[in-house]
Design a protein. Structure first.
Lengths: 606, 353
């Protein structure tokens, strides 16, 4: 037995130990995260859990996920703000909401009418009231977060409502109430009642549509609200069907603005999916050539700026707002999330997020995202949803990737040169030749080296496989070949600054694996791998290690990733999973027994 | 006409009905294209692809999915013929969204749907019949009026709202309260069919399948309650009304006059006869199990057919929706047929004519 003195010493020692344990985090210094901008990932596993959209916030609050994998609905802000260990980040989205007017239809083809409406709309009202402060007014068709945008540099804006000016513009253009019925007629005397179409099921869209009607009526235009079915709406947008004014939104994944040369070009007035407002403007079109076909950045930049100026003046569309993208994530275990142009749920977050030092970080841990929809599959060539992209983008790498701020980061390429005929006589006149020097330590998960042959194979595959989503960016590509094992040459039949991104941003596929599996440009959509049972040869930071359709995708970090860093605490075991069908059958039998016995007992009660 | 002739005639009717359903299915899911001009391709094009869309690429996309842009009458006739041949040969095609065979996707989700719908239907039927019998004994009593009011109230609640409330209370508030009080979260999962963490543990356990089965049952409880409790009202009202009618019949009076115990009168004579019309309802319920519960499956993230059908309808994924509705129609027609056959077994007075 211990003496009283010994017991006292033991008690004091224990109390002291607990005290020191409790206060030790106060003296701990922040974890030093090794590596540079390209180093990662630090987490062991990246897990995507399917959760219904309405339940994602509860899952985050319940600590079932660490990050909500989509934009957070602003209605949940109060409960998230009140919770412990949850951080909310916002940034202005690379996209916006807008109305588009059918500019080849009378009287919407009258610029004064469109400008009058732009001056009459109060964009501050939209931001403050409809968006409850979660957006900002915008005029340019290039989002304000984009370096090419001229937002804020024009001598005038359409931010505030200027009704007197708008009314005067309408009167000057001949929109008068000649028959004194209280509504203005078109300058040729025709009665007109523009329909403002929006998707009635969306609260922001319907409020914006209703507000547009209200403004038009204030101007004396007999406007009518039409909260349409989404299918009707999308058909009208895509196929240039008859409409007057439409409200909808758009988002961009990069800061490239080559689309200015397509989406509003008069040559595409009748092209499905292009030039929604059917707008033609010769001054605008004149800048298309330098925008698309100059290899001089200053010229391209100037063209983009001038096109925006003309576009803003003519108002084929009226941008209502650039809204805020809200992200929510837990902060109790991990730190280092990255708020990129697509929100916190992005590729860079998985690269940089790491365990806190107090929990043994920076290496290790399972980082869990919620996803509101099941993924479509693992074939990069056929998936279309952003949720599937979250998984597939971890498989493959590109020559160049975009950092959190939208800047280029050399990835598989260590450097590159762009040459035209003016730079190099060997390049045919009017062509662009891009030569990538590649890093030499990248490998596939089966150990094969990742070389220029893979890159050339991928670019040619994308160009030639009909109907794949990457092909349209490579239509001008005449050749892609490996000059040496680590030097890729890509040649385009036109001169353009945008060709660098057109080929540099594309994911590089494993040539040897595709050839072994017989995946060709003619049958690529029949390749339906289901990993980890079906082998996936990848190069990226994560690969699928566990997958149950509709439930979760577990991805384990690639220990041989070329920018990776060896984790000091990792145990990865691959074990064949239990038979899910058998488990469901066993569950069904169990449930049936419980229910039938319970029911029998109930029914026997007298 | 004997049973054999009756079965033959009903079989012919069934076959004709299935043919009609096949034809109707073709038109039903293509209505948005026919009326509004929208195509599944419209819904598959991302903003990024839209920025570089060309007529050539559009044609390639249509060709990839076996579709025709702006189809004329001859295109529709050809598409209908191709569809008819596919349906009659059991070839349901490939999903536009996942590019996988539709039948595989349906079979993958079928066990989950049958589990949820089967258990919840049995729960709803048992609660409905039991409470219906209990209150029918004393119609107009306070207990009867109270039960009818409660049943109608619950039956009128939108099932997705009821499900969300269950998730909020038992999946979020209860675990947090028990965590705060006892240091252990006690409650139910926030949807799904299995839990990731347990799945990983089960992979390394010799009792993995049992663990997973238990976990599936654990995940089943809330959606089963939402559907079972939310849907018992219909059976309850039907059973109650049937039994009240039956209890006024002469043979019930006779049974009482014979001096039978009231429980014997109720269960042996009353309930047995009142159950007869329930057979059709129950048979149709089981016939419709395969359709799942789209809203409940969505709220509880249950990987079942109902949710799949809903998603396919939104995405205009014709191959999925037409295959699912085809199978659903056939099972409903078959269930109706079985119910008609059962009538004769349960009630010897019924003759096939």
């Amino acid at each position: 037995m211990l003496t009283s003195r010994a017991k006292r010493i033991l008690g004091i020692s224990l109390a002291l130990t607990f005290f020191l344990m409790a206060v030790s985090p106060m003296f701990a210094s922040a974890a030093t995260v090794p590596g540079n901008q390209k180093t990662g990932p630090y987490i062991d596993k990246f897990i995507l859990k399917n959760r219904a959209s309405d339940v994602e916030v509860l899952s985050l609050l319940n600590n079932e996920v660490d990050l909500i994998g989509e934009q957070v609905d602003p209605q949940y802000l109060p409960s998230l703000q009140a919770a412990d260990n949850i951080n909310i980040e916002s940034l202005h989205r690379n996209g916006y909401g807008f109305i588009t007017m059918k500019c080849d239809k009378y009287p919407f083809n009258i610029t004064s009418f469109r400008r009058a409406l732009a001056f009459a709309i109060d964009k501050y009202y939209i931001s403050d009231t409809i968006w409850a402060g979660l957006s900002q007014p915008q005029d340019s068709c290039v989002a304000a977060v984009n370096p090419y945008s001229i937002e804020g540099s024009m001598p005038y804006t359409y931010y505030e409502s200027n009704m007197p000016l708008a009314l005067q513009m309408l009167i000057d253009a001949g929109f008068l109430d000649s028959n004194a019925d209280g509504w203005r007629e078109a300058p040729n005397g025709d009665l007109f009642s523009p329909q403002v179409v929006c998707t009635g099921s969306d609260s922001i869209a319907s409020a914006s549509g209703a507000y547009t009607v209200q403004v038009l009526q204030s101007l004396g235009i007999h406007a009518i609200y039409n909260g349409a079915d989404f299918n009707q709406f999308i058909a009208a947008v895509n196929n240039h069907q008859d409409y007057d004014i439409l409200f909808h939104g758009i988002g961009f994944t990069t800061f490239d603005v080559d689309w200015l040369g397509y989406m509003f070009w008069s040559g595409y007035v009748n092209e499905p999916y292009q030039n929604e407002p059917c707008w033609s403007n010769a001054s605008y079109d004149a800048w298309r050539e330098p925008l698309l076909h100059s290899t001089n950045y200053t010229e391209v930049f100037e063209a983009a700026q001038e096109m925006q100026k003309i576009w803003i003046y003519n108002c084929p569309e009226i941008i209502f707002y650039e809204n805020t993208y809200l992200s929510a994530y837990r902060t109790d275990k991990f730190e280092g999330t990255v708020n990129a142009i697509q929100g916190v749920a992005n590729w860079w977050t998985n690269e940089k997020v790491h365990l806190k030092a107090s929990l043994g970080g920076p290496f290790g841990g399972d980082y869990r995202w919620s996803l509101p929809q099941a993924i479509e599959g693992f074939n990069i060539l056929t998936i279309s949803s952003a949720y599937s992209w979250y998984v597939v983008q971890e498989f493959y790498d590109a020559m160049i990737i975009v950092d959190a701020k939208g800047n280029d980061v050399p990835w598989l390429a260590s450097s590159w040169t762009i040459a035209t005929h003016a730079d190099d006589d060997a390049v045919p006149d009017g062509h662009t030749r891009i030569t990538f020097d590649m890093i030499q330590n990248a490998t596939w998960t089966d150990g094969a080296p990742l070389t220029a042959a893979d890159a050339a194979f991928s670019l040619n595959f994308y160009r030639d496989a009909p109907g794949n989503q990457f092909g349209p960016y490579l239509t001008d590509m005449t050749a892609a070949y490996a000059k040496t094992p680590y030097q890729l040459v890509v040649e385009f039949s036109t001169e353009s600054l945008w060709h660098l991104h057109a080929c540099g941003y594309q994911s590089i596929l494993p040539k040897h694996f595709f050839l072994e599996q017989g995946i060709l440009t003619t049958n690529y959509n029949t390749w339906i791998p289901v990993p980890p049972g079906d082998e996936m040869v990848t190069s990226g930071p994560f690969n699928v290690s566990n997958y149950v359709a509709g439930e979760f995708v577990e991805m384990t970090y690639n220990p041989n990733y070329f920018y990776g860093i060896q984790h000091t605490t990792t145990t990865t075991t691959t074990v064949t999973g239990p038979d899910l069908t058998m488990a469901i059958v066993a569950g069904a039998v169990g449930a049936a027994v419980v229910i039938l016995v319970g029911g029998y007992v109930l029914m026997r009660q007298k | 006409m004997g049973l054999r002739e009756y079965v033959i005639r009903r079989s012919i009717y069934m076959f004709l009905l299935i043919i009609a359903v096949i034809c109707f299915n073709f038109l039903l899911f293509r209505l948005p294209s026919l009326v509004l001009g929208v195509s599944p391709v419209d819904l598959m094009i991302s903003d990024r692809l839209r920025q570089r869309m060309s007529r050539e690429l559009l044609l390639q996309l249509y060709a990839r999915f076996g579709l025709v842009p702006n189809p004329d009458i001859f295109d529709w006739i050809y598409m209908f013929w191709r569809y008819l041949v596919s349906m009659l040969t059991g070839n349901f095609g490939y999903s536009f969204a996942t590019q996988t065979p539709v039948i595989g996707e349906i079979m993958e989700r079928l066990p989950n749907t049958l589990l949820l719908m089967g258990t919840s239907s049995v729960v709803a039927i048992i609660i409905g019949i039991w409470t219906g019998v209990k209150v029918a004994v004393d119609p107009g009593s306070r207990r009867d009026v109270g039960s009818v009011t409660v049943a109608l109230f619950i039956f009128a609640l939108p099932v997705f709202w009821f499900g969300l409330m269950l998730l909020m209370i038992f999946g979020f508030m209860l675990p947090n309260a028990t965590q705060a009080l006892f240091g252990v979260p006690i409650g139910f999962p926030l949807g799904g069919t299995i839990e990731y963490g347990l799945w990983v543990q089960a992979q390394q356990s010799p009792f993995g399948a049992i663990m997973i089965a238990g976990d599936i049952l654990y995940h089943l409880i809330l959606p089963m309650i939402a559907l079972g409790v939310g849907g018992y009202g219909g059976y309850f009202i039907y059973m109650r009304n049937n039994l009240i009618d039956v209890m006024t019949e002469d043979y019930i009076l006779t049974a009482r006059a014979k001096g039978l115990d009231e429980n014997q009168v109720l269960y042996k004579h009353g309930m047995k006869n009142a159950m007869l019309p329930m057979v059709t309802i129950i048979a149709l319920t089981f016939g419709g199990l395969i359709g799942g519960a789209p809203l409940t499956e969505t709220v509880f993230n249950w990987h079942g057919l109902g949710r799949y059908i809903l998603q396919s309808l939104v995405a205009l994924d014709y191959p999925v929706s037409q295959a699912a509705f085809m199978i659903l129609s056939i099972t409903t027609i078959l269930a109706n047929f079985v119910a008609d056959m059962l009538y004769g077994v349960l009630d010897p007075r019924i003759r096939y004519a």
